[in-house]
Design a protein. Structure first.
Length: 192
């Protein structure tokens, strides 16, 4: 992206808000969440904290591990983490839980599209990687493993640990995991 730093940073923040709203919509739809959010909802359930705080804590943990492995976060990484966490909490407090399966499906679809837009905006803003991406790149740098293998390992771990802690797993978790890669590829290609 060739915009000025303030414009890119603004896009980064707005994308974080959209991402947080999408995460909250997926949680409220009660049909399963994205793999990372299985972990954040599980941590929230286990420790009795809000999902937004859990998201920030899990992201902070990944960021610290990335630092230990030699990767430094940018200001954008930290700001986005806080913005997404706050946005999730505000959206969850605002949304009402759908009462019919049809509304749940619509809400889940909205959540998935919003997360796709949020992730795309965050990436194209080039204002800083998210905590998962930062950790993934640090492992690649440190161990030399492929990004694909690392990402699969991270997502499987997120779902496994999150599920054991009581995280939200459902059909949307599976569909999201299968669809997000191709959807992001298409979305990013349009911006490039």
């Amino acid at each position: 992206m060739r915009s000025s730093w303030p414009a890119r940073f603004g896009i980064h923040i707005v994308s974080g808000v959209v991402l947080g709203i999408g995460v909250a919509a997926l949680i409220d739809a009660e049909l399963g969440v994205a793999p990372y959010d299985v972990l954040t909802t599980g941590v929230a359930a286990f420790f009795g904290i809000s999902v937004g705080v859990s998201l920030m804590a899990c992201g902070a943990g990944l960021t610290v591990m990335a630092i230990v492995l030699g990767r430094r976060p940018s200001v954008g990484t930290i700001v986005a983490l806080v913005v997404v966490g706050i946005s999730v909490n505000v959206a969850l407090a605002t949304f009402t839980t759908p009462q019919t399966l049809r509304v749940q499906i619509v809400m889940a679809f909205f959540g998935a599209v919003a997360t796709l837009i949020g992730i795309t905006g965050t990436i194209v803003s080039e204002a800083g990687e998210g905590p998962i991406e930062l950790f993934m790149l640090s492992v690649r740098d440190h161990r030399g493993w492929s990004v694909r293998s690392i990402r699969i390992g991270i997502e499987v771990t997120n779902v496994g640990v999150g599920w054991l802690l009581g995280g939200d797993v459902g059909i949307v978790t599976v569909l999201y995991a299968l669809a997000i890669g191709p959807a992001l590829h298409t979305s990013l290609a349009r911006f490039e």
